[in-house]
Structure formats: structure tokens, C-alpha cells
Write a protein that binds this ligand. Sequence first.
Ligand SMILES: [Zn+2]
Length: 69
Amino acid sequence: MSNSQQIHCPHCQSVIYFEAKLLITGMSFNCSNPDCLTSISLSQQSLEPAKELIENYETKKQNILQLSH
Ligand SMILES: [Zn+2]
């Protein structure tokens, strides 16, 4: 099972695959269209809130998995 998620490129509407866990480390991801040079990354001021959001999600996900035993 892959952790990758996808959004549509704001420029050409092609798919951009990204991993939230890597996105919050500041990594950028390129558009899957080789003719499009668009890349996505989190702005510096979004890094911290996004990190918290994803960490909360991971915690909740673990709780859900424990409940489903
Ligand atoms: Zn694009």
C-alpha cells in the first residue's frame, strides 16, 4: 500500500503525486507532465500547522486501528 496522495496541477491539471509526510519536511514535488515545470511545496509559514495536522491525523489513525481489533 502506498502513502502517496495526489492533487491536480493548478497550471496544467495533470496529476501531481506527493507524500504528505515528505511534504511537511519541506520537500517539493513535480508535476507529472514533463512539459510543465510546476512543483508544489509548503510555504514556510504553512509547514508547522501542516505538520501538526498530519501528526494529529497519524495519532487518530492509530486510535482507530486499535479500536478495530
Ligand atoms: Zn502541471
